[in-house]
Design a protein around this ligand. Structure first.
Ligand SMILES: C[S@@+](CC[C@H](N)C(=O)[O-])C[C@H]1O[C@@H](n2cnc3c(N)ncnc32)[C@H](O)[C@@H]1O
Length: 394
């Protein structure tokens, strides 16, 4: 009969409302099923609150960091996205390594690991010459009032000048991160007229249709005031100082900056097949940041066998950087209405590598807004559950 290891038995005790964990054995692997952390929104530190497609909640990395590492250990995420693992690790006093193929991620994550104080941000906002913007691309007038667009252009000019003169600092980095998060949205807290959230920028054509349907024209927005307000909100629980964090841009299978055997824990979540269109979702953010979104080779795999090969390549690299006895918590969501269990494919990808799979954790919850990161209803494509393959480096 199969027996749970001591460590896995301890995880099985961890249901957040005291309900017992259901344990099912499938092909010799223990599947632990429970609500392991709260499904409630906004339970994390406010620094996490930037939107990103298919992000997980901070409770997920917190669960593993708490149980599988000690303060000072190095925690890594090769697919960092908005940096949930990185930020949570730093908040819990762990050292940080993180990587993403899209340069946008580093712009979203690095400034929140090295936060400026509010006064410096306000002073810098007052220093910027908001009249210095050249005319912006005409298409963008579907989203922005001409004066708002001109201020956004001035901000881009400011960053370019600061970079060119070597004066771009953590305050500029912060302001750019906040601006990236305020580009488009559905309230007056964003620079744009009503549209989808900033992690799902619609095309110009779709925006024209939204404007027509709603009978709206882009109103003037106070760019500096919006940045100041979001700065206050993000810093309300305090800031972070982790200048030694290792933030990389590149393929998950090739992270030479991370030393062999240096990582105690990986908490990560790859792109799920070809479900999320990261390039088109992020086109406006990439425009603002000066990134050619189409040139970023984001991994998209329609066929399960291609996806397994891609995951395996990343795991080979993780076998290099994770120290013996360290762990990988590899999360996948529910795709294709639950008909394709990605965790089974992840188990396949682990086969023959220097890891021992300890269990699969299925975190189930009734309703999750994180699921709506996908922009679909919970019962269609949604991620009602997190499925995490937990493996130990042998
Ligand atoms: C599911 S998201 C990760 C979200 C993250 N867990 C969070 O909470 O923000 C997957 C990420 O993988 C990145 N990505 C896609 N292909 C990649 C590759 N080959 N190497 C590294 N990152 C990649 C995407 O840009 C995206 O940010």
């Amino acid at each position: 009969m199969s027996v749970l290891s001591e460590q896995v038995a301890a995880l099985a005790q961890a249901g957040h409302e005291g309900q017992p964990t259901q344990v099912e054995w499938r092909d010799g692997v223990a599947f632990l099923i429970n609500a392991f952390w709260t499904p409630r929104q906004r339970q994390g530190h406010r620094l996490h609150e930037v939107s990103y497609r298919a992000c997980f909640k901070p409770q997920l990395p917190a669960f593993f960091i708490d149980r599988l590492t000690r303060p000072g250990d190095l925690v890594h995420d090769p697919f960092m996205g908005r940096g949930t693992t990185a930020i949570q690790s730093a908040l819990m006093g762990r050292r940080v390594a993180a990587n993403d193929i899209n340069p946008l991620s580093a712009m979203l994550v690095r400034p929140r690991l090295n936060t400026p104080d509010q006064a410096s941000v306000l002073a810098r906002l007052a220093e910027i010459d908001w009249q210095a913007g050249e005319a912006g691309p005409g298409d963008l007038l579907s989203f922005y009032h001409p004066e708002t667009l001109s201020r956004l252009m001035a901000l881009r000019t400011w960053f370019a000048d600061r970079e060119a003169s070597g004066r771009f600092d953590t305050v500029d980095d912060w302001i750019r991160m906040v601006a990236l998060n305020r580009l488009t949205g559905h309230s007056t807290g964003f620079f744009s007229v009503y549209t989808l959230p900033p992690n799902q920028a619609v095309s110009v054509k779709s925006q024209d249709r939204i404007n027509e349907r709603r009978g709206q024209v882009p109103p003037l927005r106070d760019v500096a005031a919006i940045i100041a307000r979001k700065t206050r909100a993000l810093l309300v629980d305090g800031g972070l100082s982790a200048p030694e964090a290792l933030i990389c841009t590149g393929d998950s299978a090739d992270t030479p900056a991370i030393a062999e055997g240096s990582v105690q824990l990986v908490v990560t979540s790859p792109p799920f097949l070809d479900i999320v269109q990261y390039a088109s979702d992020n086109w406006l953010r990439c425009w603002f940041a000066g990134i050619d979104a189409q040139a970023v080779p984001i991994s998209m795999h329609r066929k399960p066998e291609d996806w397994v090969a891609f995951v395996r390549r990343s795991l080979v690299e993780l076998a290099r950087v994770v120290r013996p006895g360290g762990h990988v918590a590899f999360e996948v969501g529910e795709v294709r209405g639950g008909s394709l269990p990605l965790e089974i494919l992840v188990l396949e990808a682990f086969q023959g590598l220097a890891f021992e799979v300890e269990c699969v954790l299925l975190n189930v919850q009734d309703f999750s807004k994180t699921a709506n990161c996908w922009g679909v209803g919970n019962n269609a494509l949604g991620v009602n559950s997190n499925r995490i393959v937990l493996a130990r480096r042998v």
